[in-house]
Each structure stands twice: as structure tokens, then as C-alpha cells.
Design a protein around this ligand. Structure first.
Ligand code: URP
Ligand code: ZN
Ligand code: ZN
Length: 552
């Protein structure tokens, strides 16, 4: 892929080089930043120019030494309950949640009267600095996480892609990428081939590396796609390890045929992307994955549910009692496919992702399914490519790198679309943006809750303020934004990550390397009772039947 082959990266511009040289700080600080830049291949200096970014070099700058915080008088919201209370934080941990907490002078006070105090968002689905379709996603663990924090997300789970099928090599590569992290993160691992070595490495990932979920791509034929034989082996292995199997559910052979059909028809633009992979292919693969998971009797997590077809398969399975989790993503919930027909290529191409953003109607149906518990949590699939990268497919939609942004916009857009509209309650908002993710991936209540002992990952949202998304001022490195121009009610005014105020008054206050890797242990709650279902299955077999030897 591009990075491995040493292809020039699109963000290495002369403007950026100039900005590196123009940092005006004391010599010691310059030296520190230089060392940092050497250890972090992409430019942090551009982040000094990022809107509201305070390039801190030590804990004492920008107020980082303040580790005692009292959030006063807000409505504290958890997935199970909300109440007006104060929240006291010390050394990164929530120490107390109750009304009228008294503190000394050394405590920073944040007045949250009339505002909501909620767990920071957890995004279950991101691709930072991922090598994909001949290029690399433009947001790395610095810019992607900076964007996340500015939008109220304090943890994300990224997908490690194996290197030439090797899980360990993939993990090493992602550990390196994550050295510049500014907030907590975890990893899922993709499985792209199958042999004994992969099976052994899966065990190693779970038992020694804190990874408790594996993703199988049923599409991207010729690169990441797995066949049913591999999927069944993978499901079995996941079950034996107490790890959650995740699927990208699209029929990859069908997609290849659909692409050929479009090219034969002379349809080569971005609209050909959506036309080549219709909802029926997503519905089919979702059903197939669900049936195979049922056959193996292991929980299943369907990522980026984009269509009514896929959602209805999940609804049917859940109604029958199967453990299937459905993750819609912000783009599928709030956009429709109309932009793909825009006459301007750059505009149309920025909406290309897989499965595709669907026709109007799918968005509303997915919102409704989310409000009724048919779908359980919201991700972003943040996978950004700038307009130069998208232009790789100018005359052939099959070469447009697939992916859209969302890590910075998720919390605001879901608040506006789901809560302000009255479709869900504030407690449900916390559940679908944070708590359910923490529960599924077995990190609750350390994450996903405002409880004594939980990590101090907290947002303060002002329901009376409003937000506006703009590519010109967002924190992603991309020059485009699929939500550009959208406005709505509700604004994340403060983000606290690991007990530090990292976003306040429109200013980011972050330190590269301060983000921590969060280990996720196996056997999350979705595995409770799986062995009982196995026992019931074995008892139901009435086999093997003992038969007398046939007479000679
Ligand atoms: O278009 C997408 N979704 N790009 C990221 C890779 C994936 O399939 O999740
Ligand atoms: Zn996918
Ligand atoms: Zn993805």
C-alpha cells in the first residue's frame, strides 16, 4: 500500500514545511517541539495554526497542572439516571457525585448550571492513519483525536489492519501510530486471512494485548474480503476466546458484479459507487453473517448499518433472541445519497463510503430503529480522505477512497437529530453515544459513566447554545466535511479527558503522547449465558443414536 511503498503523502505540502519553520517560541521549547516532531512524522506545527489549538509542551502550560476540578450545579446524566449534582474530580478520577460538594481554593470550578454533564463520547468505529485503497487516511491519532475532543468524544476504538496477514505486525504498526495520541483509545483487530498462525495470534491479541473484538470484511474483494469458510472459522475462534465478532456486511462478489455492471453502462462517476452496491447486497450479507453467528452460537456486532434491509435483518434476529448488535453511523443517520449526483466531482466524491449512504428514507428508518432499541449505539466510521485523495477516482468510482468524516460531529449531530427532535431521552443519548459501547467492549464503568471511581472523561453540553459545522474551521486535517454548513442546537462547551480540561472556550489544550491505550478484556456481557445455550443445543440433539451392530 501507499505508505509501505513510500509514495508521497498528500499532506506533505510546502505550506506545512513553512509552518514548521515559523514556530516562534523559546529555544528550549523549540528544541522540545523539534524532538516531538521528529518522533511524530506528521506535522504538529499545523495544529498550532488549527483553530483554537494551544500547543502545550508541558503539563504546567495552558493550565494542565490543574488536576482538581469541581463541576457545579449541572444535570449529571448517566444511562440509567439523571440528577442535579456536583462532580468532583481528582487526578483523573471521579471522586464524588452529589449535591453541594465543598472544596478548597486549589480546585478549578466549572459552573454547569442549566447544562448537561455527561460521560464523554466513545466512538466504537474509526480509521486513523489507515492504509487503504492505495492511500492513507488523512487524520492520524493526533488530528483525529484533536477533532474528537473538540466534539466531545473522549475515547475511540480504532481498527488495526494486519500487515500482510500478520496480526502482531499490524499491532506494532498501530502502537507506533498511536504514540501521538492525545486521548484514550482501544483497538479492534481485522482478520483478513486464515491459517493456524492467525488463530494463534488471535489468542495472543486477546490474552496479552487487550483486544476483545475482531472484524471480518465481507466486501472489498481482492483485498480485505473474507469468504464464508474463513468467517465460520473466525466466528468459532472468537467464541472460544470470548471475543466479539464484528462484520462489514456487504456481499463482496455482488459488489464486484455491480461495479462491472456500472462500468459496462458507462457510469464511472461517484454515483456509480452507490448504484453498484445497493441495499439488497447489504441485507444479504447481514442476514448471512447473522445466520452463521447463530449456527456457531456466538454474539455478533454489525458495523455501519446503512440500510433498512440490514436493519430489518437485525430486528428479526433480535426478536428471535439472538445476540446481535447493530451500529449505525452518523452519516447513515443524517445524510442521504443525493449529493452523489452532484455535478461537481469533489462534492460528490466526498460522500463515497461503504456501504453507501442510502436514498432518503433509510436515514429516518435507522433513526427510528435507534430510538426503539433495534440498533444500540452510534459510531462514525471516521475514515477521512481529502479532495486530492478522492480525486484518484476522478474517471473511475472504484478508485475513489471510501470513507467520510464524523469523529468531531457525532455528538452534536446525534444530540440535534435524536434528542432535540424528541426521538430519544437525554439518558438514552448517553447510552447510545457512550455507555453501551463501554458495556459491549467490557470497559464499563471505568468508561461510559459519571460514577465515583470512573475515569474523568466528561462533557458539559449547553442545550441552549448552537453549533455550526464548517470545513474551514473543523479540526480534521481534511479540506472537506460531509456535514459542512449544518447547524443545530446543543453545544459541547467543555471536554474533560482523563481529568484534564482539554476543550474550553473554543480552545483545544492537548499534549501529544498523553493518550492512553485502554485494554479491553474478553467475555463482555454479551457472552453471559452463551454456554447455557450450547448445553441446551447439545441436549436437544438426541444423538449420537446408539445402534446395534448390523447382523453379519
Ligand atoms: O467506506 C468506509 N466505510 N471506509 C472505511 C473502511 C470500512 O469499511 O469500514
Ligand atoms: Zn467496513
Ligand atoms: Zn470502518
Amino acid at each position: 500500500m501507499a505508505g509501505e511503498l513510500g509514495v508521497d503523502l498528500p499532506w506533505q505540502t510546502s505550506r506545512e514545511t513553512k509552518s514548521i519553520l515559523s514556530i516562534s517560541r523559546s529555544f528550549v521549547l523549540d528544541l522540545f517541539l523539534l524532538l516531538l516532531l521528529l518522533s511524530i512524522p506528521r506535522s504538529i506545527s499545523e495544529l498550532n495554526q488549527m483553530q483554537g489549538y494551544c500547543a502545550v509542551a508541558s503539563d504546567s502550560e495552558c493550565g494542565w497542572s490543574l488536576t482538581k476540578i469541581l463541576i457545579k450545579g449541572g444535570t449529571v446524566v448517566n444511562a440509567h439516571h439523571k440528577e442535579v449534582a456536583d462532580v468532583y474530580i481528582e487526578d483523573g478520577i471521579i471522586v464524588s457525585v452529589r449535591p453541594n460538594i465543598k472544596v478548597g481554593d486549589d480546585v478549578k470550578i466549572l459552573d454547569a448550571t442549566g447544562k448537561y454533564v455527561m460521560p464523554g463520547g466513545i466512538d466504537p468505529h474509526t480509521h486513523l492513519e489507515m492504509e487503504f485503497m492505495g492511500t492513507v487516511t488523512i487524520d492520524d491519532f493526533f488530528t483525529g483525536q484533536a477533532a474528537a475532543l473538540a466534539g466531545g468524544t473522549t475515547m475511540h476504538i480504532d481498527f488495526v489492519i494486519p500487515v500482510k496477514g500478520s496480526l502482531s505486525a499490524g499491532l506494532e504498526s498501530y502502537k507506533n501510530k498511536a504514540k501521538k495520541a492525545v486521548m484514550d483509545y482501544g483497538f479492534h483487530m481485522a482478520i483478513t486471512k486464515w491459517d493456524e498462525e492467525v488463530a494463534k495470534e488471535m489468542e495472543l491479541m486477546v490474552k496479552e494485548n487487550g483486544i476483545n473484538s475482531f472484524k471480518f470484511f465481507m466486501a472489498y474483494k481482492g483485498s480485505l474480503m473474507v469468504n464464508d469458510e474463513l468467517l465460520i472459522q473466525g466466528l468459532k475462534k472468537c467464541k472460544s476466546l470470548g471475543a466479539l465478532a464484528m462484520v462489514h456486511a456487504e456481499n463482496g462478489d455482488g459488489v464486484a458484479e455491480g461495479q462491472k455492471r456500472m462500468i459496462d453502462l458507462g457510469i464511472r462517476g461517484p454515483e456509480g459507487h452507490a448504484l453498484s452496491r445497493p441495499p439488497v447486497l447489504e441485507g444479504e450479507a447481514t442476514a448471512r453473517a447473522i445466520h452463521l453467528a447463530s449456527f456457531v452460537n456466538t454474539p455478533l456486532y454489525v458495523v455501519h448499518v446503512m440500510s433498512i434491509d440490514a436493519m430489518e435483518e437485525i430486528a428479526k434476529a433480535r426478536k428471535a433472541g439472538q445476540r446481535v448488535t447493530g451500529e449505525p453511523v452518523v452519516s447513515g443517520l443524517v445524510l442521504d445519497d443525493s449529493w452523489l449526483w452532484d455535478p461537481d466531482f469533489t462534492t460528490a466524491a466526498k460522500y463515497v463510503m461503504s456501504p453507501p449512504i442510502r436514498k432518503a428514507g433509510h436515514d429516518k428508518a435507522l433513526q427510528s430503529a435507534l430510538s426503539r432499541g433495534i440498533l444500540q449505539l452510534v459510531g462514525t466510521d471516521h475514515c477521512t480522505f481529502n479532495s486530492t485523495q478522492k480525486a484518484f477516482g476522478f474517471d473511475d468510482f472504484r478508485k475513489i477512497p471510501n470513507g467520510v468524516n464524523g469523529i468531531e460531529e457525532r455528538m452534536h449531530l446525534i444530540w440535534d437529530t435524536m434528542v432535540v427532535s424528541g426521538q430519544i431521552s437525554v439518558t438514552d443519548y448517553v447510552r447510545i453515544t457512550s455507555t453501551e459501547c463501554a458495556r459491549i467492549f467490557n470497559i464499563y464503568p471505568r468508561k461510559g459513566a459519571i460514577l465515583e471511581g470512573s475515569d474523568a472523561d466528561i462533557i458539559i453540553l449547553n442545550p441552549n447554545a448552537s453549533f455550526k459545522v464548517a470545513a474551514a474551521s473543523h479540526h480534521s486535517r481534511s479540506d472537506t466535511n460531509v456535514y459542512d454548513g449544518r447547524t443545530g442546537k446543543g453545544k459541547v462547551e467543555v471536554t474533560i479527558s482523563g481529568g484534564r480540561i482539554v476543550w474550553e472556550d473554543g480552545t483545544l489544550n492537548i499534549v501529544p503522547g498523553s493518550g492512553r491505550y485502554v485494554r479491553m478484556e474478553p467475555y463482555g456481557y454479551l457472552f453471559d449465558g452463551v454456554e447455557k445455550a450450547d448445553a441446551a443445543y447439545l441436549a436437544s440433539l438426541r444423538a449420537p443414536v446408539l445402534r446395534a451392530q448390523a447382523a453379519a
